[in-house]
Design a protein around this ligand. Structure first.
Ligand SMILES: [Zn+2]
Length: 476
């Protein structure tokens, strides 16, 4: 048994993929000029009335269904009151006692990690501080009122690594079902964590530390690992651990104390008087469930079963829905799953990374990839030619068959022609031939190289090797 036991819980905020905000019709587009996507509702002007965005409810329920939650037939929006400059109404419309869903779980490497609740709320505005002088701050209300979903786990995560895995898996599901783009750089997915550590021999729970300000999953893991170590060292020194909120400093890779929590906040929750309680019928919930489609774990299993792929290949190909869709689309043109999977993994994914490009934006369409793979498999072009034209088509979007014809890249698989090259090379390099026959087998590489050169690299290398070996063993 480990000497210390770590308990971690996560709170994940996800901006929902809607065109308009949670309670008004303003656009949710990211990156517009500050304060251009605002109206009396999201600016909190007196007398403005909220109207619930049905799509946001739909997306929230879809997530709840995908995370095996119990969906509530009636849920209530409440006012959570607090003052902060980015919150113009001085309250946030959120959910408290009756959220949309409770009691779900997510399976992470065979362990079910409980989801305590999922609720919907609105995002706040964004404060931009003048870092240089520290004299000024600006407020951009474009973000104010963007639909936000909060997913709260039970304190059932037992290591920083497991927290990272949980987040990766959660992100994969949420983007798969089209609920959010989960872009952490643009703040569409944010995560706070709480951690406590106690001696395994003790029954009493450890003091809870809240950690904020992590902007990647890796940062979440590192911040939690830092805290875990810090708390254990504190316990070892016999110093009491103080309950507090700490901020992760990405540059220094440490957490810093922000505020101690003397008592829980009193947000004065009460039902939002401008919105009625929301009732959803079982029919509606069933309709949401039926629309989830195939979840990533199921697709990964199916890829192994149906296409006979290894667990690793299936995992890579289903890591993103777009990649999995691309793969299956390519298969509809060329029924060679293993080969298509290889070409995507060894060639295409690298190119996408190099070019910071998403698979659905690239000019090498699934049909074109399938054509390249077919030509290589049929021996029309060599593997190397396939790789070369793939790179080219990736940037110019030309049809592979037309390109091969135009450049005269068709591989020579005519035995007579290849034998002619072999004959010439044997006559030209008698020393290498003798070397090979006297046991220096590496000389074969040189001879193959020369034959390929003679054929302008168009000879089928497999055939060259085979015929050359036959030839060399003939006259001994
Ligand atoms: Zn608005």
């Amino acid at each position: 048994m480990k000497e210390y036991q770590t308990i971690i819980g996560l709170e994940v905020h996800v901006e929902l993929l809607t065109y308009s905000k949670m309670f008004c019709g303003c656009s949710t587009k990211f990156g517009s000029e500050p304060n251009t996507q605002v109206c009396p509702v999201c600016l909190g002007l007196p007398g403005a009335l909220p109207v619930v965005n049905e799509k946001a409810i739909w997306l929230g329920l879809k997530t709840a269904a995908a995370l095996n939650c119990k969906i509530n037939n009636e849920f209530v929006f409440v006012r959570k009151s607090y003052f902060y400059p980015d919150l113009p109404k001085n309250f946030q419309i959120s959910q408290y006692l009756d959220p949309i869903a409770v009691e779900g779980y997510l399976d992470v490497s065979g362990k079910k990690i409980g989801i305590a609740r999922i609720h919907l709320e609105e995002d706040t505005g964004k404060l931009i501080h003048d870092e240089k002088t520290g004299m000024w701050s600006w407020i951009d209300f474009n973000r104010s009122g963007i639909p936000l979903m909060e997913i709260v786990t039970k304190p059932e995560i037992s290591s920083p690594e497991e927290a990272e895995k949980f987040l990766e898996k959660l992100k994969r599901i949420i983007s798969y079902i089209g609920v959010s783009d989960c872009n952490m750089e643009e703040g569409s997915l944010r995560c706070d964590a709480n951690i406590s550590v106690k001696k395994s021999s003790e029954n009493k729970l450890g003091t809870k530390i809240e950690v904020k300000n992590m902007n990647s999953f890796k940062a979440v893991r590192r911040a939690l690992a830092f805290e875990e170590k810090r708390i254990i060292e504190t316990i070892k020194k016999g110093i009491p651990v103080v309950q507090e909120t700490r901020l992760w400093d990405e540059e220094l890779q440490i957490t810093k104390g922000m505020r101690t929590k003397e008592e829980a906040h009193d947000y004065r929750y009460f039902p939002e008087p401008d919105l009625l309680p929301f009732n959803v019928s079982d029919d509606f919930i069933n309709k949401v469930r039926s629309e989830i489609g195939e979840l990533p774990d199921d697709r990964e299993q199916r890829f192994q079963r149906e296409y006979n792929l290894s667990a690793y290949d299936a995992g890579v190909l289903t890591s993103e829905k777009l990649i999995a869709d691309y793969f299956e689309n390519a298969l509809s043109y060329c029924k060679k799953p293993k080969q298509i999977a290889n070409w995507i993994q060894t060639e295409l994914l690298g190119l996408l990374k190099e070019n910071h490009c998403s698979i659905n934006e690239c000019k090498l369409t699934p049909e074109f990839l399938a054509k390249i793979v077919s030509m290589v498999e049929q021996g029309t072009i060599s593997n190397n030619t396939g790789k070369t034209i793939l790179r080219e088509i990736f940037s110019n979007g030309r049809d592979p068959e037309a390109l091969v014809k135009e450049r005269n890249l068709i591989q020579i698989s005519d035995g007579d022609k290849i034998e002619k090259f072999i004959q010439e090379v044997i006559l030209q390099y008698p020393q290498a031939v003798n070397d090979y026959r006297s046991g220096k087998t590496q000389a074969i590489g040189f001879l193959i190289g020369q034959i390929m050169k003679k054929s302008n690299n168009k000879a089928n290398p497999g055939m060259v090797r085979k015929l050359l070996l036959e030839k060399l063993s003939e006259n001994t």
